[in-house]
Structure formats: C-alpha cells, structure tokens
Design a protein around this ligand. Sequence first.
Ligand SMILES: Cc1ncc(COP(=O)(O)O)c(C=O)c1O
Length: 462
Amino acid sequence: MDGTFNDNDLSRVIDADKAHVWHHLTQHKPFESADPRIIVEGKGLRVWDQSGKEHLDAVSGGVWTVNVGYGRESIAKAVYDQLMKLCYFAQSAGSIPGSQFAEKLIDKMPGMSRVYYTNSGSEANEKAFKMIRQIAHKRYGGKKHKILYRDRDYHGGTLATMSAGGQDERAMQYGPLAPGFVRVPHCLEYRAQWDLTGEDYGQRAADAIEEVILAEGPDTVGGLCLEPVTAGGGVITPPPGYWERVQEICRKYDILLHIDEVVCGVGRTGTHWFGYQHYGIKPDFVTMAKGVASGYAAIACCVTTEAVFDMFKDDAADPMNYFRDISTFGGCTAGPAAALENMRIIEDENLLENTTAMGARMIDNLSGLMEKHRVVGDVRGKGLFCGAELVADRATKEPVSEAQVKQVVAECNAQGVIIGASNRSVPGLNNVLCFSPALIASADDIDEITGAVDVALTRVFG
Ligand SMILES: Cc1ncc(COP(=O)(O)O)c(C=O)c1O
C-alpha cells in the first residue's frame, strides 16, 4: 500500500462502513463483533485490505470481473480523457467511444450486429427479455412470449431476471415472481438426471429442453436464455453435443437464443472472446457485463443480430413498434472508453492464449488435488473459469456442509488467497469452490492458488 492510509482514517472508515453500508449478499450480525473486510488497493492480481495484508485475488474482484487485473493506468487514463471531453449524454444520441467500442466488439462477434448499452448484467438480460417479448407481440399477437431458462443458471437480481433464475435460494422470500418464465433441466453430468454419458448425455439434456417446449406449446415459447458455462450455479461446463442440439431445437421451433455471457464474455473462457464461440452456435442475443471493462467503469451490453434489429425498424407503420426503452447510465461514456482499452490490452498481451494455457494448468492442478483429497468429487472449467465440487462421499456424491465450504474458503484466506464458492444458489448444493483469477495470471499464481487450496483441504478434512 502507498502509506496514505493511517490508523485514524482506518478506524473512521470501518466505523462509517459498520454504521451505514449495507454489503451485498452478506449477513451483518457478525459485524457486531468483527470488522468487515475493506479492500483498499489493488495491483495486478493482488489486493491489500485495511490491515495492509496482501491477498492473491483468485476471483477477479470477488465476482469474476477484473479480467485484466488491477491498477491499469492506461484504462484509468482513457476514462479520464473521455470524462474531461464528455462524461455523459443520453444514448438516444451517439457518442464517440460508444460507436468505437460497438464497432470493435462486433468485429469479435461474427453474425452479430447491434449493441444496446446498459449498465449491469441484470439490466442487459432484461433488455433481451423485453426485445423477445416485443417480437412476440409484433409477430405472434403476444402468444409466443414465454422465455425458458435453465435450472442452476443465474441471470441477475432484478425481479424479472430472478424469475428467469435457476437458483432458488436467490429468489426465496422475494415472490411473487414475474410470470412467463419456464425452467428447463440443468446439464451437469456429474449430478446426472439420465443414465447416459458423454455425447449421449449432452443430447439427452438438450432433448429435455424440447420436452419442455412441447409441454408448454411451441407457439407460446419465444426465447431460451442460457449461460454458455453456468457460473455461480456451480461452474457447469456443458457435456459434448449439448449446444449443437440446443441450436437445432431453437431453429426447429423458431425460438430466439439468448446467451448470457455476463461471466464468460470477453476472454474468460480462453481462446475465443465469448463462451458460445467454443460451440459454434449462432445466438440471436448475447448479453455481457463484468469483464467488458474489467470493473474500471460500469458497462453492460445487449448485442443482437441485424435480423432482430430489423424487426424494430418499422416504426412508420406503428409508432409503438420500435424499442421504447432507455437506460440512463447506458449513456455514460466512461464504460465504452474503458471497454475499448480493456479489449486492446487483451489483444496486445495475448490474454486469450494465456487464459487457455493457465486454465489448463489450473485444471491439471485441481485434478491433482482430486487424486490427493477424496473430498474433491469433480473438477470442471473452461479457461480461467474453474470449479471444484466438494463431496462428503464420492459414491453417493453427498455434498459437504456449507460450513465446511466456508472453512475451506477461510483457510485459503488465512494463507492470503481469496477464492470463491457457490453461495446461496441451489438448495443443498452450495458446495463448489470457484476460481477465476485475472487473465494475466502466471504459472506461479496458479500454483499459489491451488497450493493454498491443498493446504486448506488438509486443514479442514485431514
Ligand atoms: C451469468 C450472470 N448473469 C447476470 C448477472 C447479473 O449481473 P449484474 O450483477 O451486473 O446485474 C450475473 C452476476 O453475477 C451473472 O453471473
């Protein structure tokens, strides 16, 4: 830390935090006897807390966000320069960084064509839902309005995105939820719902989507919203054959495919810019947020094809037919300015390649832990987006307790490594450790992370 933070400031900051700040996803009772953690500074993959303790951040800002790492002066400078030129104008007009970033982004997304700016992942998803609904009204008299979502996926904390959320613990006590969202089964082979493996399993899990469509009535289903790799629901990589079949089903029933890249997008899964690009699918909507500007500014995008956009152009015939939506902070120019520089860094530093190589190393290391610790039941991941599922018994796959998962996280913290775990997601299955370090991670960083997990597992489970 740079030493500008003295003990006096520190106790005032902690007091003010305890008195006035409501932390996300946090029970506050423990703060009556312990101080909350306050992160003061970051550089590369490291952050420093209020006591000056250094941590290796293996979760990119807690929630897979700071993809290019902390302390990037060039992004801060791009944002500063843009803010001094023009901080804001409503996105009903254009802006220089808004058009520059849209052009650069679309260049990475063959088949896609239009970028709708907004300011959070939830909001980007809601924009896609609204577009799907409006298309249902424009083309099908409102009938084809249902949106399918998958068990264990997450699409945000607003009421509509929670209604499309496959993590019941996030939605409990917030009902009634919005109608018109219908759940399809998850595709995690480790917790198999069908007695099949590999490609057969992938096809069967996709066929389960078709069964839901047929049960609901194909003329009522307008959209299917899926994460390419499920994130908070347990880092679920799709089985082989799954996505190909999903695409066929969407085409067969004229269902718009909405891919939620809020976590996977902009390099997280390695090699490709977006998770869906690993599977050769052609979505109608792609939403993204977190890694778009690595947290240096708030920005989210709902990206569509020209075919979708065309359906909203016929406003001369009906003045209500265009997309009557606005997101105030979708007009902030800091977001696209930061996003442009973020993308330049990923390209110039070959971070897509690094992510693939380091992701493979992480999976290798975690697989090694699986051999050593019986409690590691499954290891999954794509790029620098990995998970390890902890089970009390490998035969029955009974999950370890949440308290034990918390202990493992705490033991990693004690060694100066911040890892994540599935949290308030699927009842009984908050048992997956999550790793998503910045895309700049080195082999030493990866080894330090998995080394800390090794020690933590020994301390908690022997
Ligand atoms: C896959 C996915 N979609 C959407 C969201 C919601 O994004 P936000 O918190 O920016 O609204 C999240 C947040 O964690 C997410 O993981």
